[in-house]
Design a protein around this ligand. Sequence first.
Ligand SMILES: C[S@@+](CC[C@H](N)C(=O)[O-])C[C@H]1O[C@@H](n2cnc3c(N)ncnc32)[C@H](O)[C@@H]1O
Ligand code: SF4
Length: 441
Amino acid sequence: MPAGSGDRIPYAAVMFTYLWKPLLRRAVVGRSATVRMRRGASPPFPQDMHRPGLYLHIPFCRRPCPFCPYNRTVYDRDSYSLYERAVHEEIDLVASQLASREAGSLYIGGGTPTVQMDGLLRLMDHIRRNFTLTGDTCIELHPSHMDDRCLQSLREANVTQVSIGVQSATDHLLERIGRAHSAATGLDAAKRAAQFGFDSVNTDLMFALPSQTIDEWDADLRQVLDRDVDQISAYPIFSFPYTVLGRSKGLSRVPPAPGRKVREMLDRADLRAGEYGLKRCAVWSWARPDAKRFSSVTRHHYIGFGPSAGSMTGRHFYVNTFDVQEYAASLPKRRPVALVMPVDRRMEMAYWLYWRLYELRAKGGDFAATFGPEASLEATFGTLLRPFQWLGWLNRINGDYRVTNSGAYWIHRLQNDFSLGYINRLWGKCREEAWPDEVIL
Ligand SMILES: C[S@@+](CC[C@H](N)C(=O)[O-])C[C@H]1O[C@@H](n2cnc3c(N)ncnc32)[C@H](O)[C@@H]1O
Ligand code: SF4
């Protein structure tokens, strides 16, 4: 952080509180207009889409956690069969509409993807038969559903990166948030995964949990880092106190953490990760410098399969219906797209910038490689980014922007606020109605 920028934080806080929403909206759409997603026909795939990432959503858990906003339901064999049949059909349908079957990566999330191993392996196999995967296959794992046989099968199925939801290494906190496993189970899962030869093992931790002290958080960090993992991702627990999601899912029982506590805990994560040789690689993540980075959110274009999966084609952003029965009923005839939003070039550029800043670095050269040699990061976003340089949140070096540690905290705040509003409006509505007419984001 440049000298003196600490003094500007109160001003920064005020500016951020009042201005980030209009600024973000302006950055996204180039004007202060309302952003909506509407019900409409499934958008066509652009002919020039280059190696999109693939996403597969598996919306089942054995014992759903009360704090979790993701689209998931209690596992039962019949619903899973219905779901599985429909995903196979969706994969066939989408593949038949694409100009190219090359895909950059596959990410499998949930829910609990390994809740039914046979089904998962069949789905992965089906994706591989339909697409040529040129990059990583990544999967989210739940500590209670990843015995050694499961890990071995994933290795044999060419999974290269795994992320384990350890959440906390403190039993009373796991109990408090309604998590169904012990600290020992989570830590053992991380240790076992690290021995299976994946290219990267990430562990998810949540912090700023109700009543959690800084010493408890410190102990959590050390215990996980002691398990030899390649990466840790630390998320402050987000809650939805006054929202549709909060009311419908009991999430309001988790009180929001004060900003100062979140910052202190993030700083502690930075300190401890550094002591174990991990470097910050994203706003919420630290990784070994020699390991591949595990990331769920940073592919530029992607196509999602499964209920609630999102897709970004560069021309449209759309989400599938959240409802498993409705999802299955629409296939194999129609793609199960619930809401669509057209994306213009400016919006796509802003989307690119948002995720590059999340990864702490936006390179002018990458911008031109993505949007064409005439596209300039500085000309497009320089004016918008200059105040953040002045505040000490960004440094500009040789045409690239780098996020400082102080900036990482504020981007985290922005993402947290953004997530609360965005997730609540979009996911809240889509949970209530299988085919909503419109959602104003
Ligand atoms: C889809 S879940 C993980 C997969 C797996 N089902 C599990 O629970 O271990 C992805 C991650 O989101 C994070 N997460 C879920 N709900 C959260 C919340 N309310 N606040 C912050 N992080 C949350 C957790 O760290 C979790 O590991
Ligand atoms: S955190 Fe994981 S196990 Fe818990 S409900 Fe969400 S997806 Fe399921």
